[in-house]
Design a protein around this ligand. Structure first.
Ligand SMILES: Cc1cc2nc3c(=O)[nH]c(=O)nc-3n(C[C@H](O)[C@H](O)[C@H](O)COP(=O)(O)O)c2cc1C
Length: 165
């Protein structure tokens, strides 16, 4: 469909979402905490690399997400890259809950942000800029620390389904 042919009234959001879903991604859970040390985590597939020097990444979050305020107010967050056996962890962080971290023994960065267990790798980040992205906000962030496990298989998401190698 050519975008110029779309009548804004008839625009089919469900179909557009399906079309975007043909681009497969990895799956991450992005974590932060607030001033009262309450922990937040959201399943995110919009994570992507931006720059090697300086080391920059981006991700985007829906403006209406319950955890959005925490990510706007605390520049420190961690991108946890999920491994192939973590579909349940992905589902756990993809719906609102009072205790998203239930059953997970986390470690913490110097800034007190949670790092999930059994992940493929993580990037500890500091937000440098936030940009308007329609119904989302785009976070551009500097990576200040990272770790990865080269021998672990990743979890993928494609056309609304989890794919494991
Ligand atoms: C595979 C997958 C990828 C997702 N990617 C994003 C994303 O990139 N940005 C976003 O805002 N929500 C994304 N979501 C939806 C959030 O995980 C979901 O809205 C979550 O409940 C937000 O957490 P909160 O309710 O604690 O704010 C994704 C969900 C799934 C299952």
């Amino acid at each position: 469909m050519r975008i110029t042919e779309i009548n804004i009234v008839d625009f089919d959001h469900k179909d557009f979402r399906s079309a975007l879903g043909c681009f497969g991604t990895g799956v991450t859970v992005i974590t932060t905490r607030d001033q009262d040390n309450r922990h937040y985590g959201v399943t995110v597939s919009s994570f992507n690399s931006v720059s090697l020097d300086p080391p920059l990444i981006l991700w985007s979050q829906g403006r209406e997400a319950p955890s959005h305020k925490a990510f706007k107010e605390n520049a420190h967050f961690v991108v946890n890259v999920l491994s192939a056996n973590q579909t349940e962890v992905s589902n756990q962080f993809a719906r609102p809950s009072d205790n998203k971290f239930e059953g997970l023994t986390c470690t913490f960065t110097e800034n007190g942000v949670a790092i999930l267990p059994e992940i493929l790798g993580h990037f500890e980040c500091v937000t440098e800029n936030m940009f308007d992205g329609g119904d989302h906000i785009i976070f551009l962030a500097k990576v200040i620390n990272y770790k990865h496990h080269p021998d672990t298989d990743p979890l993928f998401f494609w056309r609304g389904k989890y794919i494991t190698p």
